[in-house]
Structures are given as structure tokens and as C-alpha cells.
Design a protein around this ligand. Structure first.
Ligand code: GDP
Ligand code: IMO
Ligand code: MG
Length: 430
């Protein structure tokens, strides 16, 4: 068997959580492969709404195993809150959640480092979620990190304190009053206590050597779906650097983040919104600053699932979509939030750019100076409610034309169209 992959093709928040949940009954295992609690994956069904940050979105199906892979970074404090919230809602989390021993830990001083680094950047700030992502992955790569498996070792306390002291020496250079910086509403000392308390939750979860487990399960014929976090345009290598996250959000991340050989990658589901959004700083060629952007934000409820920040909104960007399809080897597309565009009579789609007045269909090396200008084509909107659709054929012609236009432009079929946040607001084309 091969592992299928679902990942975002834009700047995150495409609706990955919703679709992983929709597809979960078809899979035995759902595995997160990168990112950390900067992710916020929303799942809605039966008038209930959940936002997951670390736990894979397959957790709502009692027959599915969920794996947090080695490429993920875990904050025990945030993970505990997620587990508590699920347990309160009678979504059992126990044997159905497995954690890689090789996943790195976000410790409280990673969050302080994130805060002081971001503050020091001033107007050039990345707009980080401040969950300690950059500092934790930095420690991983510089070979200073702490891993889940280290909790089981006798010298964990000593290693934790060494890391903490090393971080504090840096933090003090930025802010000598770091003890007063609030993390999730608590001053450092209180937060650190809560963090250590939460570590016990992680201790009680089943820890595995996930690379062996997943490969053995594939050999045994089990179906596995890898769940991406963030989006391709936030990838550390291929995103709009430095306004990116600190992991490989692309298909390549599945190989390193789960220990899967490239030859064992199966289908790659690329998920995108019918328009674009971005939260945080960085280039966004099709961003709208007018009433159309306001409509997308309002109707799409475009406010961050992790931070609550308003998301920047704009038209669909085909060169960026093609770039993401190329990097990931996308085999099937899924288009989200079609309903958000119901009221538009006309819709713009970027088909190319001018960069320093020269036409191009490629994203330039450095597009942070605002010199990338989109070239648009205009198509008819459907201008009607689509909530009653139960098959693809029920959609208005102009929506089907929009789908066809995108398919023809990018050369990959759109196999799923989503038209509402609930599980059931989804049409899979046969
Ligand atoms: P993720 O990070 O990719 O899982 O996406 P988020 O959960 O951060 O953001 C997607 C938001 O859009 C969530 O609030 C979803 O409930 C919502 N959503 C998902 N699909 C649709 C859709 O087709 N239509 C509408 N209106 N909302 C959707
Ligand atoms: P999901 O999985 C949208 C953005 C942040 C910031 C940049 C770096 O829900 O799609 P970081 O916290 O990694 O230091 O932030 O990346 N970002 C996201 N934007 N969705 C996400 O995840 C994101 N995770 C990080 O806003 O611009
Ligand atoms: Mg999100």
C-alpha cells in the first residue's frame, strides 16, 4: 500500500481539517507529519465545532488510529487542552492517539523566544502565531532539541533546565523583564508550572517509533492518510521567505515527517479555497483592499482558527496554485468555500503577473517588495445560493464553468467541492 496525502496549496486555512474528517472513514490511520500548534483545523458536524491544533483530524471516527508523527512539534500544554476539550464532548482520546518518540517538544522558553524575536523585528514582523514554532524547529536543526522520547529518560529534568537556561541567556538580551511576558494569559512562572503539569498527559499517551509503525501498517495493507498543516506557500523552502513557517509543508515533508519512502507516496490531494486568504505578513499579489475583500472576509468568516486575527482576502491566484501543484505532485484537487462567493456577479482570477513591468507566470525569487502585480481574467459568478445542492449536477452552470476553467488552466481534476463548514456540505465528484 501507499500513503495518500492531503495538504494545503495556499497560505493555510484551506479547510484541511474538514476534509480529513470527511475522508477519515476511508482510512485506517490519519497521521500529521509537520507543523505544530500554529495549525488550527476546524471540524463541524451535528451542530458541534472543534478546532484541533496538534491532534490529527481523524479523531472523531472511533475506528481510526491517529498518529502524531516525528515531524510534528508538540506543546504539551496545548495538547492537554485539546484532549480535555475532546473528552468533555465524549470524543474519547486514548489508545486511538499515538505519538512519535521522535517528535520534538515546544518548551515554555521557546514561546518567550518567539515573542522577543517577533517584537524585535518591528515592522518586518512575520505575524507568527507565537506558539514557539520557529525557536523549536531551530533547536531541532541545531541539535539542541528535546524529544517526546526524552521524557522517558532519567536526565530529562537536567536537559530541560539546560535548554531553559540557554534560552533565557538569549531572551535577556532582548527583554530583561521576560518574567512578565504573558503566555496564554499567564506570566512565565505560572505558565511553566502548567506546562509541567500538562507533561503528565503526554506521559500517559502511547508513544511509538512511528516510522516502524507506519511502514508495518502499510505492509499489512492498512490505508493511511497524511494530514498536512499550514500551506505550500508557507513552506520553509518554497514559501515567500522569510514570511513562512519553519517546516516543509509540501509532500516532501511526508517522507521526512513520517519516515515514508518517496516510492510509497500514493494520491496527493491538494486543497484550495475558491479565492485566497493569508493571515500574518508577507506578499499576497491578489489581495483585495476593497468591498469585495470585505465580503469574502465577512461571508467566509475569515478569522484565524488559532489566533482569531482577521485573514487578508483576495482573488484566486492561478500561477501560485500551479506552483503548489508542481511542488507537491498533486493528483486531485479539492475546492473549498465555493458558497462564500455566491453573491458575486463577476469573479476575477489571476492568470499571470507583471514583475517590474515584465510579464511572467512564475513567482519571482523575492516578491516581498510589492512589485508583483496580478494580471486578471474575469468570469461570470453564479450569483445564487448553492446550499441545497446534493450532487455536482445541482450546482449552477457558472460555478461548474469556474471549476472547469481552473481544471483546464492547471491540468488537474477538481474531485471535491465544499460549500459550507459542515461535513455534509461537501460534494465528491464521481
Ligand atoms: P484548516 O487549517 O485548513 O483546517 O482550515 P481552518 O479550519 O483554519 O479554516 C477553514 C474555515 O473555513 C473553518 O472555519 C471551516 O469551518 C470553514 N470551512 C471549511 N470549508 C468550508 C466551506 O466550504 N464553506 C464555508 N463557508 N466554510 C468552510
Ligand atoms: P493551518 O494548519 C494559516 C502563518 C502565520 C505566520 C507564519 C509563521 O491552520 O492552515 P508560525 O506560527 O509558524 O511562526 O507563523 O505562518 N501560519 C498559518 N497561517 N494557517 C496555519 O495553519 C498557519 N500556521 C502558521 O500566520 O504568518
Ligand atoms: Mg487553520
Amino acid at each position: 500500500m501507499k500513503i495518500d496525502v492531503l495538504l494545503g496549496l495556499q497560505w493555510g486555512d484551506e479547510g484541511k481539517g474538514k476534509i480529513v474528517d470527511v475522508l477519515t472513514p476511508k482510512y485506517d490511520i490519519i497521521a500529521r507529519f509537520q507543523g505544530g500548534p500554529n495549525a488550527g483545523h476546524t471540524i463541524e458536524f451535528d451542530n458541534k465545532k472543534f478546532v484541533l491544533h496538534t491532534i490529527p483530524s481523524g479523531i472523531f471516527n472511533p475506528d481510526t488510529i491517529n498518529v502524531i508523527g516525528n515531524g510534528v512539534i508538540i506543546d504539551p500544554f496545548i495538547l492537554k487542552k485539546e484532549i480535555d476539550r475532546l473528552n468533555e464532548s465524549d470524543i474519547g482520546v486514548s489508545e486511538n492517539l499515538l505519538v512519535s518518540r521522535k517528535a520534538h517538544l515546544i518548551i515554555p522558553t521557546h514561546r518567550l523566544l518567539d515573542a522577543v524575536y517577533e517584537e524585535a523585528k518591528g515592522k518586518d514582523k512575520i505575524g507568527s502565531t507565537l506558539k514557539g514554532i520557529g525557536p523549536c524547529y531551530t533547536d531541532k536543526v541545531s541539535r539542541n532539541g528535546l524529544r517526546v522520547g526524552d521524557i522517558e529518560q532519567n536526565n530529562f529534568k537536567e536537559r530541560y533546565n539546560n535548554a531553559k537556561q540557554r534560552h533565557i541567556r538569549i531572551i535577556e538580551q532582548y527583554n530583561s523583564e521576560y518574567e512578565n511576558i504573558k503566555i496564554d494569559g499567564q506570566v512565565f512562572a505560572d505558565y511553566e508550572r502548567s506546562w509541567h503539569e500538562a507533561l503528565k498527559t503526554l506521559d500517559s499517551l502511547k508513544k511509538i517509533n512511528s516510522e516502524y509503525y507506519l511502514n508495518q501498517q502499510l505492509d499489512a495493507g492498512k490505508k493511511i492518510l497524511a494530514e498536512g498543516a499550514q500551506g505550500t506557500l508557507l513552506d520553509i523552502d518554497f514559501g515567500s521567505y522569510p514570511f513562512v513557517t519553519s517546516s516543509n509543508t509540501t509532500t516532501a515533508g511526508v517522507c521526512t515527517g513520517l519516515g515514508i519512502a518517496p516510492k510509497n507516496i500514493g494520491k496527493v490531494f491538494g486543497i484550495f479555497k475558491a479565492y485566497c486568504t493569508r493571515v500574518g505578513s508577507g506578499p499576497f499579489p491578489t489581495e483585495l483592499f476593497d468591498n469585495d475583500g470585505e465580503i469574502l472576509r465577512k461571508v467566509g468568516n475569515e478569522f484565524g482558527s488559532t489566533t482569531g486575527r482577521p485573514r487578508r482576502c483576495g482573488w484566486l491566484d492561478l500561477p501560485a496554485l500551479k506552483y503548489s501543484i508542481m511542488l507537491n505532485g498533486v493528483t486531485e484537487l479539492m475546492m473549498m468555500k465555493a458558497d462564500v462567493m455566491n453573491q458575486f456577479k463577476k469573479i476575477k482570477i489571476a492568470t499571470g503577473y507583471t514583475y517590474n513591468n515584465i510579464e511572467t507566470s512564475e513567482l519571482p525569487f523575492d516578491d516581498n517588495d510589492g512589485n508583483v502585480k496580478p494580471l486578471y481574467t474575469e468570469v461570470n459568478g453564479w450569483g445564487s445560493d448553492i446550499s441545497i445542492a446534493s450532487t455536482y449536477y445541482d450546482f449552477p452552470c457558472d460555478l461548474k464553468n469556474y471549476v472547469k476553467y481552473i481544471e483546464d488552466a492547471v491540468g488537474v481534476p477538481i474531485k471535491l467541492v465544499s460549500f459550507g463548514p459542515d461535513r455534509k456540505d461537501t460534494i465528491i465528484r464521481s
